[in-house]
Write a protein that binds this ligand. Sequence first.
Ligand code: ADP
Length: 798
Amino acid sequence: MVSIPETSTHIVVPLTRTVLFPESDLEIKVNKALGNLLKQRMDQGENLAVALSVKEGFDPGRMDTDKFFSTGTLMELKSHTFKSGHDLFRVYGRSRIAVESLRKTDSQVTAAVTPAPDHADIDLKSRKQMLDYIKDIAQEISIQFKGSEAYARRIGQMDSIPEIMTYLLPFIPIAMEEKQRLLETDSFKERGIAFMDILLKHKTSILLQIEMAEKFSNQANEKYRKAFLKEQLKHIRQELDEGSPESNVKKDYARLIKEAGMPGEVEQVALEELSKLKEQGQGSHETPIIKNYLDLLVALPWRVTEEKDIDIDHAERLLDDHHHGQVKIKERILQHLSVMKLKKEKQGSILLLVGPPGTGKTSLGAGIAKALDRKYIRISLGGVRDEAEIRGHRRTYIGALPGRIIQGMKKAGEKNPVFVLDEVDKLVSAFQGDPSSALLEVLDPEQNHSFSDHYLEVPYDLSDVFFVATANDKRGIPAPLLDRMEVIEVSGYTAGEKLCIAKDHLMKRVLEEHGIKKSQLEITEDALKALIDQYTVEAGVRALRRQLARVAGFASRKIVSGTADQPYIVTEDSLEEILGLPKTRHDVAQVDNPPGVVTGLAWTPMGGEILFIEAVHMPGTGRLTLTGQLGDVMKESATISMGLFRSRLAFALKDFDFQKNDLHIHIPAGALPKDGPSAGVAMFTAIASLIMGRKIDPTLAMTGEITLRGHILPVGGIKEKVLAAHRAGMKRIILPEENEKDLTEIPEEVREQLTFVTIHTVEDLIRETIGIDLPKPETLRLGTLPENLAVSPVCTKV
Ligand code: ADP
C-alpha cells in the first residue's frame, strides 16, 4: 500500500540570508505584520510555521511567491522578543518539508507542505567525527586571528552539525542558491561534506564577518551598524573577486590580466604593476594611478581577432547600398579589399581619401567597416597641435591620459577595427611636438606593429587596423605621411548625382531625424533640382543636407499644426517661402564679357571653381600690377604670360606701345587666396584679348600652365574643374592636351553637355580663343599681323 504523505498548511516565514536546518536554533527577525500574526498564533497555542529561504530580489513588502525556494523547514516558534523596533522570534527547526503550493493573501503567504525527511545515512560515531572536524576548522581559524575566542567558545559548546551550520551560514558570502542546496541535499553525509568544503574555502572571510558581527552586537548603535554593513559589503566583494582579503584590490586584476591575452612582456609589466598595487597602502595616492593604468591594460584588445573571410560580393553590395555612385572609388576600395583577402596574414591597411567636404569620405569609412563587418572608430585630427593628443601623456602627469589612438582602440575592443582619421591635412605643427610625426608611427606599416604611446608605455600593435584617413587637400599632408598611404581622390558630384543622393539617401535620413513619415512629406523632383541648383553652391552634399533639414523642419511645423494636407508637398514654388531667396551665385557664366575678361578654372580644397580674370590697361610706363590675393606662383604666371605675349606679338602690334601703358590684372573673389600655375593659359588669354581688342566667349573656360616658350603643360584637378565649369553653365572648355586622359573620369552626363578643346601650344590657344592663326614666331615681323586684327585702345575699356 502506498502511503500518502500528510499535507499540512502553515504560515511562511521568509529567511533572507540563511537556511534553517532541522535540529537547530535560530533567531529570526520579521516585519510588523507578520510579527503580529505569529504572536497571535502563539497566543492561540499554534506555534508551528514554515521557514522558507528566499531568492535574490525578494521584497518583504510584496512577498512574491515565485521568490521562495520550495524546500524548507517546519519550525517551532519558541519565544518572542521585541528589540530595536523589530519582532524577533527564537525558533527551532523540526524537520524538512517540501512545498506543495503557496498561497498569498494580502502580504501573508501560507504554504501547503508535505514532510521531506532527511536521509540519515551516517551513524552516530561518524556524525561525531564530522562534528569534530568542523569544530577543528573553527579552532584553526581562531588560532590565526585575535578576538575570535568568544565565537570559538560558542561553537565549542554546540553539539550538532546542523546547529553549527545554521549559526555560521549567515556569515558565509556565497549565493543563496548554494546555501539552499545544502538543505536540499538529502544525505546527511553529503550535506556535512559539502558544508566542510564551503567552510574551508571561506574560513578567513567567515572569521572576519563574525568578528564584525560580534562588535555589532556589543555596541548596537546606528554608526556601528553602518560601519558593519560597509565592512561586510567590502568583504563580500573581495570574496566574490576571490582576491586575498589583505590586499586592497577589489577587481581581480590577476585574472583579468591572464584573460586579456597580452603578449608576454606586456603581461610581465601588468603583473609588476599589480604587485606594486598590492604593496600600496589603502590611501596611497598612487593607487588610483596604477588602477587606471591596469584598467587600460586589461581593457585594450590584445588578442588577434579571428579574421572573417572577406566576402567581396557582399562588400560590394553593402557599399552600393550605403553609397551612391562614385563607382571608380568603390572599385578601388574593392580592389584593396581583394588584395587583403589574398594576402591573408596581416589585415591592416591605410587608405587616404582626398576630396572636397561633403563628398562622403567619412561615410565611406563607415561603409567599409560595415562591408568588412568590423568595428568602426572615428577621430578628428583637425586642429590637433599637440603630439600628446596622438601619443598620450606620460603617466607621471596628474590626469594623464593615453593618446587618441589608444583610446580609440580601447573603445573598439577589437584589434582590427576600421579606424577613420578625419582631416589629417589639418594637423598643426607647433612647439608641443609634431603630431604628424607621431601619426607617421601610427600609419607606417614598418613601425605600427609597435606603436608607442607615452601613457601606455608598452608597445601596441596597430598592424591589424584598417586606417582610413580623410583630407580636403593633399598639399596639407607632410610628404613622408603621404608616402605611407594609398591615395584615392574623391571628387565632387554633378547635379544629377546630387539629385540621386538626395532622393535615395539624404531624404531618408533627414526624415528619420525629424520623425516624419514618408507618407507625410513629399518634395517634388523639380523642387529638389531647384534646391541643388539655386540654394547650394558646393562640390559635396553637406549644404544640400542642411537645406533638406530646413525644409523638413518647416514641414514638421505644418504637419503638427494640422494646417497642411498629408502628404505635405514641397514644390519648386514653395522653396522661396521656406528657404528665402535663392543664394546669389557669383560663379556663373556671364552673358557678355568685354575684351580682357576671361573665365579660368581653379581647384580648391572645397572643390572646383570658376574664376574671372580681368585685365585693363592705362597710360603709364609699362608696369604690370596684379591684385586679388595671388600667390607667388600665380604672379609668376602673369609675368610669364606678359613676357610671352610681348615676345610673340609686341613688335607685330604697331598700335600698342608697351612702354607707354600699364597693365593691371585682377582676379576677383579676393578673400580667397589663390595660387598655382594653372591659370597661366587664362591670364595669357586675358592679356591677348585686352590688347588685341577681342572679346572672349563668356561660356568658354580654360585651364593650363603656360611656359615662356609657349608650351601648354598639364595641370591637376581636371575633374573638379570641369564639374565646376558645368555647374556654372560653361559650354566649352580648353585644357592641355596631356590632360585629355583625365576626361574619362568625368561622368557621361556632364561630358555630353560640354565641348572639350585640347591645346598643346600658345598658337593653339590663340586660335581657339581669339580666332586667328598666329604666324610662327620666326615669320612674325613688325606690323605683320593679319589684316583682321585691329588693335584699338577704344575696345580695351572695361
Ligand atoms: P566628408 O567626410 O567627405 O566631408 P561625409 O562623409 O561627412 O563627407 O558626408 C556628408 C553627408 O553626405 C553624409 O550624411 C553622407 O552620408 C552623405 N553622402 C555623401 N556622399 C554620399 C553618397 N555618394 N551616397 C550617399 N550619401 C552620401
